[in-house]
Design a protein around this ligand. Sequence first.
Ligand SMILES: [Zn+2]
Length: 72
Amino acid sequence: MAMHMHIREYNSKAESLRLSCECGWEGKANEARRELHEAVMDFECPKCDKMLLIVNLITDAQKYFDWKETKE
Ligand SMILES: [Zn+2]
């Protein structure tokens, strides 16, 4: 089960944050495979592609939905 974290929380501990996977891989969050999506950034194990961490990038949900509306 992937860990969930808010971007503010992630930013405050990104330097020291360590992830570990059930396949045995262990490393810093910035050594994992990072993929950026519209509203989330996810981190996958570089060995087995298992999702380890999902970071929510939305700091203000209302702003986000307002922004979404202007795009439609
Ligand atoms: Zn793994």
